[in-house]
Design a protein around this ligand. Structure first.
Ligand SMILES: [Mg+2]
Length: 269
C-alpha cells in the first residue's frame, strides 16, 4: 500500500488508550509498531492526558503487555503541566495541588515545593483525584480566590472505566471554576501547549512530526492546531464516519496500528 507523504514522518506522538491498548487489552500491532520505532531509532513519545499515573507506572503497564517502552518515552499531561509551570515559576515555588501520584511526582521532580494550606500557595494545579475531599477543594478554591494562578492538567470531562463512564479531571476543575468563577489554564490535549512541549522534548519540528490517536476532538484536532500531521486509528473512540465528516480532517486514517505500520514501512523503503 502506498500512502502519499507518509515518508515525512520522522517522529511520532502516540496516544495511549484506544491506540496501544484498550483497558487491560493490548491492541493489534502495538508491539510491532513500537519495536519498529525502536529498531529504526525513530524518536517517539507516548502522549497521554492521564495525569494520575507516573511514567514508571505507565511504562510498567505497557511492558506487562509486551510493549517495549521505557519511562523516558512516556509524556503525560502532568509532566507537560510541570514543563509549562517551569516556564513561569522558578524552582522552589510553592504549589497546592489536587491530584494523584502522577501529578505529585511530576511537581516534586520539577522542583516545586508542595503545600497543603491556601495561604502558603503560589499556584494551584488541578488534575483528577479519585479520593479528593471537600477540604482539599476548599483549600484550592481559597488559594485561587486569593489570586493564585489556576492551572489544570487536562480537560477530560469523563474517564471510561470497567464500571462505565466516571467523572474525569474536567469535573474537578468545574467544581473549582464554579466556586471561584476563575477559569483554569488547561495544558492537556487538545491544547497546543502540550504538543509544543512534546515536540520540544523530542527535538523534532512540526513538519516532521505525526500525532497518532483514536479520538478526533483531542488527538487529531489538537495535532492539526499544532500544525502537525495526524494519523487516526479506528481502534478507539472516533468512527470512520465521524472522521470522514471532520474538518480539519486527519491527514491519514488507518484501521489499526498493523495497517499504519505497513504503510509507514512501505513509505520508508
Ligand atoms: Mg485515546
Amino acid at each position: 500500500m502506498s500512502v502519499t507523504g507518509l515518508d515525512t514522518a520522522r517522529a511520532f506522538l502516540i496516544d495511549l488508550d484506544g491506540v496501544l491498548h484498550r483497558g487491560k487489552e493490548r491492541l493489534p500491532g502495538a508491539v510491532e509498531f513500537i519495536d519498529a520505532l525502536n529498531a529504526t531509532s525513530t524518536p517517539f513519545l507516548v502522549m497521554t492526558n492521564n495525569a494520575t499515573s507516573t511514567p514508571d507506572q505507565v511504562a510498567a503497564r505497557l511492558n506487562g503487555m509486551g510493549v517495549a517502552v521505557d519511562r523516558g518515552q512516556i509524556y503525560s499531561s502532568a509532566l507537560a503541566t510541570v514543563g509549562w509551570l517551569r516556564q513561569h515559576y522558578p524552582a522552589g515555588s510553592r504549589a497546592l495541588f489536587v491530584g494523584e501520584l502522577g501529578l505529585r511526582t511530576a511537581l516534586e521532580e520539577g522542583g516545586f515545593e508542595l503545600v497543603d494550606r491556601h495561604s502558603d500557595a503560589e499556584v494551584v494545579v488541578a488534575a483528577l483525584d479519585r479520593s479528593v475531599t471537600y477540604a482539599r477543594l476548599a483549600e484550592a478554591a481559597l488559594a485561587i480566590n486569593a489570586g493564585c494562578r489556576f492551572v489544570a492538567t487536562n480537560p477530560d470531562r469523563t474517564i471510561p472505566t470497567e464500571r462505565g463512564i466516571e467523572p474525569g479531571a474536567g469535573a474537578i476543575q468545574a467544581f473549582l471554576e464554579t466556586s471561584t468563577r476563575v477559569a483554569p489554564v488547561v495544558i492537556g490535549k487538545p491544547q497546543t501547549a502540550f504538543f509544543e512541549l512534546a515536540m520540544e522534548r523530542l527535538g523534532c519540528p512540526p513538519e516532521q512530526t505525526v500525532m497518532v490517536g483514536d479520538r478526533y476532538d483531542t488527538d487529531i484536532l489538537g495535532g492539526a492546531r499544532a500544525g502537525i500531521h495526524t494519523m487516526a486509528v479506528l481502534t478507539g473512540i472516533s468512527t470512520a464516519e465521524e472522521l470522514a465528516a471532520a474538518d480539519p480532517a486527519p491527514t491519514w486514517v488507518f484501521a489499526d496500528l498493523v495497517e499504519l505500520l505497513a504503510a509507514w514501512t512501505d513509505a520508508r523503503s
